[in-house]
Design a protein around this ligand. Sequence first.
Ligand code: IVH
Length: 676
Amino acid sequence: MSKEIKKEAKKLQKELTAHSYRYHVLDDPVISDLEYDYMLKTLVEIEEEFPEYSSPDSPTKRVGAPPLSSFSQAVHSIPMLSLDNAFDDKDVLDFHKRIVKKLNREDILYTVEPKLDGVAVELKYENGVLVQATTRGDGVTGEVITDNVRTIGSIPLKLLTDEQKAPALLEVRGEIIITRSDFNRLNNTRLENDETVFANPRNAAAGSLRQLDSKVTATRPLDIFVYGTGLVQGLEFSSQEQMLDLLKEFGFPVNSHIQPGLGVDKVLTFYKELESFREELAYEIDGMVIKVDDISLQKQLGEKIKSPRWAIAYKFPAMQKTTTIKDIIVQVGRTGVLTPVAILESVNIGGVMVSRATLHNEDLIKKKDIRIKDKALVMRAGDVIPKVVKIIESERKGNETLFAMPVQCPVCQSQIVKTKLKDTHIHKCVNASCQAQLKEKIKHFVSKKAFNIEGLGKKIVDQLVDEGMIQSFCDVFRLEMEKLADLDRMAEKSATNLVESIKKSKKISLRRFLFALGIDHAGENAAKLISEQFSTLEEVMGTSEETLKGIKGIGSETATAVCKFFSNIENRTIIKNIDSYGVLITNKQPLSNEFLDHLFNKKRIVLTGTLETMPRSEAKRQLEKLGASITSSVSSKTDFVVAGEKAGSKLTKAQTLGIEILEEKQFIKLLNPDIS
Ligand code: IVH
């Protein structure tokens, strides 16, 4: 009997380990979460009754251990060094020159890796089993966080290899991270529960790892990418690339944007590329690490006290800075909602001067306790409007003042109405003819993703509304050269150009037109989904709420808002008038059919190696446009592997699994069949 139970326990341990790897590392689960949880529950029950059948690498160890009273310390077998920084191309070229000089050879190849913005850890495997995890600490001594690290699903508790083949000792180093989406989810939950929010994913990861109760860590969405080793016995590798390939085979997540074997020129080119798609990555990076690829050369170069001579971090400009909140003003949006905005002491964040940051709403100001004259940490992320991450409480001087939302609209002086939307209090100006709302509606109407009228910028719209020349959407199409040229700061040439671009904008797709109307809850995506289901605007206007709700991706709030908009008589009159100014709404369905028919539609594709013709980010964009999904690792579910120059282990794996491999030329041809 007990033999059978032991067998059952071992079987469950093995199966759960395999499923966890498929889920967390390959991103390719084959059972549901529910099935996994059920199997895990069974195993927990067996191990509780028969602790002798448990082991340090059992998946049950991932749920957390009894709380500790403090962390113990451990000395690293090999110190965990930090990296010197490079801030521009010259710093990197100097680094390269030093290496060329020291090694007395020119042909140095580098492996470059995203510099992950998380927390460094070391994982120690004895005979293939995870026995200890430590933080970097001061580089010499770290804190032992084994129980916490065991809860991280993507970290193998046992190496994916036969026991006999496992190295006697393997210390793996990597960065624990939290993805942007997990971070936002985590912070939203914390806000709802009245807990303090984390300033950034790195702090959230660090805070989660420093829990004395590993059951708390188990609830945090931690992840890892590994990038190196410490002390290793019973295993050898000759290059950084080979080391990473081996680590991947052992079941560790290795970042998919690592580029092996680059000369220094290509290193600099890749830095620009990485910077260009930095914001699209699911996790935060703060630069690129450049490492001499050949390990024997690394050894020859050696280390300084704090950092190796064979690696350097090429940093990106910081995306967070501290500055002073000079004032808080209130803006009226196109739906009348008031948004408080922080007026900042101008500060350069990642190459852009930032002087304003949205504070979203009154609730958020209260939650973050933001006051006028506070020092604050401000963040900019790509195109996203800058926001205040947190205030620096220790910098308070006592002269900071509290902010209160106005009771009257700052533009039309109407009474402000306070309502609750989901869990947030909203302040709204309900005067439909409020000038501020009109201005914002028109700005949206003519914006890039809507009518795309070049030359009709925000300042001109403000002016046109102030002068009474625009009172509704239709007036945009009645703007005349002479009147425009009379406006302050408007040269005749600009007026002519503007009239010309208004004329050009009159031919518009149904999708853009629906978006331009600025209907509540109907953003770009809803406009796209609706336009795919109807041929003409008349059809959309005549449809029912039920039909709209039936469209996949359209929620009930959007359906209600769209129907309400089109049943409003004033809106119908405006649309009729727009029509009389010669606006032509087109809806080309064939375009999407063309995409649907494409070979890559609905296919799982892995990109590997360097493409000559385009950066990987561009290939990804084009493939996604055709409906393909890009995955980072090769599995039996992969349909194609696109292999560029220096494709490594992914190509080998694809060959083993018999997956169709496309060379760059074939790939480009299939991408654009018209180009021969
Ligand atoms: S290599 C001796 N590779 O950056 C080599 N570090 O300032 C040291 N980091 O403490 C590390 N991504 O936490 C390396 N791909 C990467 C990295 C990386 C992030 C962090 C790591 C380290 C710090 C060095």
